[in-house]
Design a protein around this ligand. Structure first.
Ligand code: NAP
Length: 362
């Protein structure tokens, strides 16, 4: 099979570097184009990165020699060269919205890691195991944009990528009514390391700007339905969240409490988690974890350091399911924030869009 030609816009940043790494040896995708700000444009990728390479594996050789393009000024060239782009730029929200729409209007599909378009009502926000059917809204979006090939699709926030997958298989059958969530989020979610954020060593910060609102509202869009060319958010279950920054490098953990209309048994919940799989598993997509939800029976699992890389950082780890005195049950869950929660989740979404023929080769 000829590989899809892929561009990474914002390729020099933390998330962009992760895309570049994940694209090395990808069975369907080939990195052909990198783009960033005017500061990097015209340099080789290696020179533009300088000492900023933050991945554990070396920079892929095929990326190192690519000449970085200007994301804004070279958009027409880029759109002509590639089959689609991943967007990982860090700019003002309105600027990101405009840039991504510019690529879509140039007939270039955009799979975005950014939050700028998450609430555009004909832009699908997708966790591929949860709401793969939302990609059908792309037909309406294309009509609005007046294009045939281009569109924008986004992934959801990293904070919710542990607990929404755990709640999802229980929601309809047992009538999930409410959930209370406390997240314990790693510093890479802020694009930081302990070197660049030494204040986080031996510290917890009880505030992450905008995160609690995203953690409470985005699940309702994921659980929403397509109606008259827009995605209408679900009205419930109600979710309340507190999000804390903790001294872990990677991996967002969540402590979750949940209540139901038809309270299931512990065995029924474990059975649902064990048997849950989605469209990515059915299609056997390259980045799909074989077992999406892993339940640990040990009392001291999941642990951030031990379990975040499960199934290449694409699986969700769950543990400590037990009855609660105020809610029906409580449990703990974990997902890798820069893999499942960011570039890995976007990679899986792009694979889904290719498998379902929304992205095609030119
Ligand atoms: N870090 C995470 O874990 C994480 C998780 C989820 C979502 N996000 C979101 O993902 C996006 C990228 O985050 P990041 O942490 O990777 O940011 P970052 O490390 O600061 O990288 C930003 C990227 O955007 C490019 N850029 C900045 N201004 C630009 C402009 N005017 N025109 C074109 N390109 C421009 C930069 O290029 P130069 O190198 O040339 O400046 C760089 O490639 C942000 O929207 C962020 O909120 C991040």
């Amino acid at each position: 099979m000829n590989k899809f030609k892929v561009g990474v816009v914002g390729a020099t940043g933390m998330v962009g570097q992760r895309f570049v790494s994940l694209l090395e040896n990808h069975p369907w995708f080939e990195l052909t184009t990198v783009a960033a700000s005017p500061r990097s444009a015209g340099k080789t990728y290696k020179d533009a990165i300088g000492n900023r390479w933050a991945m554990a594996t070396p920079m892929p050789a095929n990326a190192a020699g690519l000449i970085v393009k200007n994301a804004e000024d070279d958009a027409e060239d880029i759109a002509r060269e590639v089959d689609f782009i991943f967007s990982a730029v860090d700019m003002k929200k309105e600027e990101i919205r405009a840039l991504e729409e510019k690529y879509a209007k140039l007939e270039c599909p955009v799979v975005s890691n950014n939050s700028a378009h998450r609430w555009t009502d004909d832009v699908p926000m997708v966790v591929p195991e949860i709401n793969p059917e939302h990609i059908k809204i792309i037909d309406a979006q294309r009509k609005r944009l007046g294009v045939k090939r281009g569109f924008i699709a986004v992934k959801s926030n990293c904070s919710l990528q542990s607990y929404v997958p755990a709640l999802h298989p229980l929601k309809d059958e047992f009538g999930l009514t409410k959930a209370l969530v406390c997240t314990y989020q790693a510093i890479s979610g802020a694009g930081k390391t302990f070197e660049t954020w030494p204040e986080m060593i031996d510290n917890v910060i009880p505030y992450i700007g905008g995160e609690e609102e995203k953690s409470e509202k985005e699940p309702l869009k994921l659980w929403g339905t397509i109606e008259n060319g827009v995605i209408k958010s679900a009205e419930g279950p109600s979710i309340t969240a507190q999000c804390l920054r903790v001294p872990a490098s990677d991996g967002h953990m969540a402590a979750v409490f949940m209540s139901f209309d038809k309270k299931p048994t512990v065995e029924q919940i474990l059975e649902k988690w064990k048997n849950f799989s989605g469209r990515p598993q059915e299609l056997d997509l390259p980045s799909a974890p074989k077992q999406f939800l892993h339940y640990f029976t040990e009392d001291d699992r999941p642990q951030t350091k031990l379990d975040r890389n499960l199934e290449n950082g694409m699986a969700v780890s769950i543990g400590r399911l037990r009855p609660d005195t105020q809610y029906d049950y409580k449990f703990v869950c974990l997902s890798h924030n820069t893999l499942r929660g960011a570039a890995g989740g976007a990679m899986l979404l792009a694979e889904l869009l290719c498998a379902e023929n929304y992205i095609t080769q030119k």
